[in-house]
Design a protein around this ligand. Structure first.
Ligand code: ADP
Ligand code: ZN
Length: 583
């Protein structure tokens, strides 16, 4: 909207300027409209000494004033001694190179104004063109440099993401193969996760592995320009990609152009238009053509749901922070081209760098190299790395958890181990696919993934077990560290337990003391002020908490083993978890 308004104002200014300029020129012209006299008549008058004044200029006509006061204009003879001839006839000669009268000055200024306006406006348009040119140039650099292109082997960790993307590479390379089976090639892949975790790198690697051009753009490139330009940039981007046949289009920070419309007050016409252009282009690919759009975002939660529908970015891959082993591999990768001292222990460094992203690890290696170079030391040693490490910790924001202490790490480990243990023991039919103490974009602490079996109904005991799994994190903290050292890490868990218990009592009629009434229906939102109900909900949660604690107490050794495993590897998959529990 803002751009639209700006454009309108500029157009109005331009129109007014043009009209004024023309008007003034016409007025000035009119002032020059003297009666014309032919040159022969003029020479006759001259010979009769009836001419008083002549104004010479380089224009086609000269101004003549007669003794009688009459003014004329006549052909400018442009002959060499015209002035002398006039002077000999005692005519007053005025030479006008350029008259700086007020009218002319105003005209000049207005003319300059118009000129500046058009040059400026033209440049804006040209900006869009040069951005597009940049896009193609980048793509060309990549095509011609096959050996230097990013491959999956240049990315350490991110194994799950790589696995999903290998398939995309195959889609791009052999669309015919999939076409034969009537399969639709995925058009959009969304990579989401914290900054610096290698999303750009992964997208580049897809194009590198498939040997197709890479078109990197940023979501914000499409929204800071005049109305409609964003949409047309999208169209021309796709046109260019299509011209080359197969390609990977990478849109970083795609949330800039696909923000959840509900979140923006009043909506935004311009970004809607741009987003629609993108969606149209994506659904407009000929089937199985070999163009894949990869979007990246740190904020999947604010993304417009329209982007996530089938046929659009229907593959969503989380790119998470690296675990200990991945950190080691990333450090090793970025140490390859550097003269590392033999004493450097990258595994130890991987231990210390919990919550570091790939980009941060790369930066750490780079800073260490700079320090070594500054000291003119032959090799990068552990003291250089330590210096770099601590300066990075000091420089990072408080909110950043890079500086997590070992204590914190072990509390998180026990907390998550509690969830995993209870889940495995009381709901063996559920799967715990992953336990981790690395935060994901979805959860603040670590997480335990529970996949519940599909069921039409939940039994009372199912709900109670659910509550117990939620409470198990806090229960483990309390048992291991004592009542005084419990943490805030359980707040989401408690919220969940509370809501489940409330439903059990007030909606499902599953509490003997409260009977079969639907208190939820009776009281609506006022239910929280009903002391009897809330009292019952609290008792229920307390009973289940005690039950949870006693199960954990009976299995404290297993809990400790899981926590130790988490401390060491930061992430345990299902089989690792099972082998700990079963030994
Ligand atoms: P994102 O797009 O997720 O913000 P990038 O792909 O731009 O992150 O990563 C920035 C830099 O960090 C990369 O160029 C690379 O040097 C380093 N990096 C990040 N993740 C990895 C990884 N998994 N393996 C190797 N290097 C990585
Ligand atoms: Zn928890």
């Amino acid at each position: 909207m803002k751009y639209l308004l700006q454009k309108k104002i500029l157009i109005v200014i331009a129109m007014v300027t043009i009209i004024m300029t023309t008007g003034i020129f016409l007025y000035v012209e009119k002032g020059n409209e003297y009666e014309k006299m032919n040159y022969k008549k003029f020479t006759e008058l001259l010979d009769e000494n009836k001419v008083e004044k002549v104004t010479l200029s380089s224009s086609p006509y000269i101004k003549v004033i007669l003794d009688s006061g009459k003014e004329f204009k006549t052909q400018n003879p442009r002959i060499e001694n015209f002035k002398e001839k006039l002077l000999l006839h005692e005519v007053e000669v005025i030479e006008e190179e350029f008259s700086f009268n007020s009218k002319n000055i105003i005209s000049i200024f207005i003319f300059l104004g118009v000129l500046v306006f058009f040059v400026y406006y033209g440049k804006k348009g040209g900006g869009a063109k040069s951005a597009q040119k940049e896009i193609t140039d980048m793509a060309n650099i990549d095509i011609n440099n096959d050996e230097k292109r990013t491959r999956f082997k240049n990315i350490a960790g991110n194994e799950e993401a790589k696995e999903s993307l290998v398939e995309i590479v195959d889609f791009i390379k052999n669309p015919d193969k999939y076409e034969k089976y009537g399969a639709r090639i995925p058009r959009g892949v969304l990579l989401y996760g914290s900054p610096g975790t290698g999303k750009t790198l992964l997208a580049k690697a897809v194009s590198g592995e498939a040997s197709v051009p890479f078109f990197p753009v940023n979501g914000s490139d499409f929204i800071q320009v005049y109305a409609g330009v964003g949409a047309s940039r999208i169209r021309s981007l796709f046109k260019k990609a299509r011209k080359l046949g197969k390609a990977v289009i990478f849109i970083d920070e795609i949330d800039a152009l696909g923000k959840n419309r509900k979140n923006s007050i009043g909506g935004n016409d311009e970004s809607d238009r741009t987003l629609n252009a993108l969606l149209t282009e994506m659904s407009g690919f000929n089937e199985n053509q070999g163009i894949v759009v990869i979007g990246a975002t740190n904020r999947i939660d604010i993304l417009d749901k329209a982007l996530l529908r089938p046929g659009r970015f229907d593959r969503q891959i989380e790119v998470g922070l690296p675990d200990r082993m991945s950190r080691y591999n990333i450090l090793k990768l970025h140490g390859l081209n550097k003269p590392l001292d033999k004493s450097v222990n990258l595994m130890e460094l991987a231990d210390k760098t919990v919550y570091f992203s790939g980009a941060k690890l790369e930066n750490l290696m780079n800073e260490s190299a700079i320090i070594a170079a500054r000291n003119n030391d032959e090799f990068i040693n552990m003291s250089h790395i330590d210096k770099a490490f601590y300066s990075m910790l000091i420089g990072s924001e408080k909110k950043d958890k890079s500086s997590i202490s070992v204590d914190e790490k072990s509390i998180t480990a026990y907390h998550e181990a509690g969830h995993a243990l209870i889940s495995k023991l009381i709901c063996p039919e559920n799967r715990v696919t992953k336990v981790s103490i690395i935060p994901s974009t979805k959860g603040a602490g670590g997480f335990t993934m529970n996949i519940y079996k599909d069921k039409m109904y939940q039994t009372k005991r199912d709900i109670e077990k659910n509550i117990m799994v939620s409470l198990a994190g806090r229960a483990a903290e309390e048992l291991v560290f004592g009542e005084e050292d419990i943490t805030t890490g359980a707040s989401n868990d408690l919220e969940r337990a509370t809501m489940l218990s409330l439903k059990l009592v007030s909606k499902f009629g599953m509490d003997k003391n409260m009977g079969l009434l639907s208190y939820e229906r009776l009281y609506g939102n006022n239910i929280v002020s009903n002391e009897k109900i809330i009292g019952r909900v609290k008792e229920k949660v307390e009973e289940l908490y005690e039950e949870t604690k006693s199960i954990i107490k009976d299995n404290l050794d297993i809990l400790k083993d899981i926590a130790k495993g988490l401390m060491e590897y930061e992430m345990l998959d299902e089989s690792q978890l099972e082998s700990i529990i079963n030994t």
